[in-house]
Design a protein around this ligand. Structure first.
Ligand SMILES: [Ca+2]
Ligand SMILES: [Ca+2]
Length: 297
């Protein structure tokens, strides 16, 4: 035996055997690579009956929903936002508050998936054949200069390509997600704007690559600052006085659409998570971008 162990090839043989038997490598690797501590790039729509997906659901999302998926066509990443109820709007003493942020009222939203980042120039290019030359900063920079109508065209094309139902967030979904699941946060993920946002005093007067500031409590980046984010809703300045409690979708009609979050040229008032902006759906400007949501069902 000793003689055999002294053979130079023995350690290599043992290591190879060990490697093959290790969970996640070699024998049976395809079906056993589940690590509860690691987020995986699985797509619930593409693998409805896949045992890996089923296993993953059991471990990280016992209620049966994936916490995370990556759109195969664009590479866009989505995180599960667990629904819940929150106090929408801002308290009357908040610095820079506008009247349309009140009254504070309870709103409840269902679960949804939300884009981890603002939609990027690269993700726009993958879907739209005609990419305006103004998108020149680079693939990981957020879109800018898109009107609400432009965004609808993008969504139509993307849904056709992927067979999904991507859309813009409602204003309520946006604020609930921005405030880390409806917490009383002034900015998305912090009460200090510098932690989480590119704004007037730190942006150098330009957009920045997505995800280069800290994320909020749900893992979403740049919901305050960088580029503005279009929402689905029509704008109603007094909508909060009559808003339904469950999944409000804004007034039935209107003149302007809502956008949120402030942008790279915004000040501490602009970037507040409760702040509401509105402009006509055909308008755009150098700081108008968006992020998408995807329904859970
Ligand atoms: Ca933003
Ligand atoms: Ca406002």
């Amino acid at each position: 035996m000793m003689q055999y162990m002294l053979q130079p090839c023995f350690p290599i043989l043992v290591l190879t055997l060990l490697f093959l038997l290790l969970p996640g490598y070699g024998i049976g690797a395809e079906k056993n690579q589940i690590d509860a501590g690691e987020l995986r790039y699985l797509d619930p729509y593409d693998f409805p009956n896949d045992p890996l997906t089923t296993e993953w659901k059991k471990i990280v999302a016992p209620e049966g929903r994936l916490m995370f998926f990556k759109d195969k066509f664009t590479g866009m990443e989505f995180l599960l936002v667990k629904g819940g109820c929150f106090q929408m709007g801002s308290p009357s003493g908040e610095d820079g508050r506008n009247r349309d942020e009140g009254p504070i009222h309870e709103v409840c939203v269902d679960d949804f998936y939300m884009g981890k980042y603002e939609v990027t120039q690269g993700e726009w290019r993958k879907v739209m054949l005609n990419t305006p030359s103004r998108f020149k900063e680079g693939g990981r920079y957020p879109l800018k200069n898109v009107s609400w109508n432009d965004v609808q065209e993008y969504i139509r094309a993307l849904n056709e390509l992927t067979g999904r139902n991507y859309r813009l967030p409602t204003e309520a979904e946006w604020e609930y997600a921005a405030r880390s699941g409806g917490k009383r946060e002034k900015y998305a993920g912090s009460n200090s704007m510098d932690d989480v946002a590119w704004h007037l005093d730190n942006s150098g007067w330009t957009i920045h690559r997505v995800g280069t500031k800290k994320p909020n409590g749900l893992g979403l980046y740049d919901m305050s600052g960088n580029v503005y984010e279009w929402c689905q809703d029509w704008y109603g300045w007094d909508y909060y006085s009559s808003s339904p409690r469950q999944n409000p979708t804004g007034p039935a009609s209107g003149k302007d659409r809502v956008y949120r979050g402030g942008a790279w040229h915004g000040n501490s008032w602009d970037l507040r998570a409760a702040n509401r902006f509105s402009i006509s759906p055909g308008s755009t400007g150098y700081a108008y971008g968006f992020r998408l949501v995807s329904p859970v069902h």
